[in-house]
Design a protein around this ligand. Sequence first.
Ligand SMILES: Cc1cc2nc3c(=O)[nH]c(=O)nc-3n(C[C@H](O)[C@H](O)[C@H](O)COP(=O)(O)O)c2cc1C
Length: 419
Amino acid sequence: MAVKLLWYLTEPDGPVPWENDGRWTTGFDHLQQLATSIDKLGYYGALLATGGGFGNDVNTVAAALAAQTKRMRFVAALYPGLIAPAKLAQIARTIDRFTEGRLIYNVVNGSDAMLPSMGFHITHDERYDFSFEYWDAFRKLYSGSPDGYEGEYIKIAPYPPALAGMVKRQQSSAIQYQPNIPLWGAGTSAPGVAHSAKLLDVYLSFADKPHLLGEKFKRVGAEAAKHGRKLTFGTRLQIIVRETEEEAWEYAQYLVDRTSVQYAKDSILRQLPPGETFEGYRSPDPQVQKNLESIRAGKLPKARDYEIYPNIWTGPALHGFNVLGPLAGTTLVGSAENVAARIREFEANGTHAFILSGWPLIEEAHRVADLLFPLLDLDHGFEVPQLSSVRRSRYPLRGERHAQAAEESITPDPVTQAA
Ligand SMILES: Cc1cc2nc3c(=O)[nH]c(=O)nc-3n(C[C@H](O)[C@H](O)[C@H](O)COP(=O)(O)O)c2cc1C
């Protein structure tokens, strides 16, 4: 099986965007450049995160970048309920037509802290029942059903007969692309998994060690099978890839050196189990405990101290400094050969899509395309360009490696061979 590699199309940007002095002031021109790079480099698509109340609206970003791009998919994250499903179906149809079938929605269910501040009041577990109805109604409306929707939360009247005829005429004259918008999404709690199993096409999770992520995907897959459904799986990872291990870890150390102890402390506070305190918490993992004690004493441990598995790092990132364990900020760090081997290990454990980011976003998107694309089998549905013909011969494609090794009488690299 081959993999899909996606990038990240969300502000802020900069070399160390989690720190005030490492974040750039960017605008629409920067997003345009970023989208053009993602598109030209041949990524399958990019994630547009909700970005909280002050972030950009994802439908607007996707629509605004439609003409600028040709093949990348927009994976636009949306909370259910903030836009009425009939209106969202109309927006999605418009974007789908303007992008010629490149819209995907990322179903995020929000948090108790976030949704009330956007005028939406619903408890955690009920949110999933609501979300299921919302997206179910959306799908029916998007695909042109005139029948309305009669749910517990969502009630939509059928089209009046006169209007139904007009809509049918509009439908037959409009160019249709995707018969339905693919739904990707996440949910780790029990109601989150149950909801995902019934609704999603692609289930996403923050990364972990490959076999642990694989076990989680197996559990979610088994839930989906109970509904006669089959999901594919994807993960979210930050990435630092360089020609050699030394260069990659040097860059990881540079990021640590530019990160404040306060950022580490704030991230730990968000990650602590309920009822635990920064001063009092003890981790069962001796390395994590050691890191914690160092941070309590006001000193950040060295980059390598956050490596939890070969090439998997919980150092500082925009999405958190996951000192206590892997979460949204988990990062792949290493040489192109070793990072490719790790991606193949995730793939062997059921992961098909990888939503990646490294900062600055444009520069790192080029690095990943240059160093990593030639080493992986990519399932992007189009011919992915090779940036460098020189690199192509230095790092042959997977199937070609044995043949070339035999031809040149060199011993294939054991890490890559094992994967
Ligand atoms: C790849 C990925 C992307 C996510 N993007 C967003 C986002 O843009 N906005 C958001 O509020 N939550 C986002 N989340 C968080 C999820 O919506 C959800 O809160 C999290 O998976 C926990 O789910 P649970 O409450 O069922 O345990 C994302 C999660 C994943 C795995």
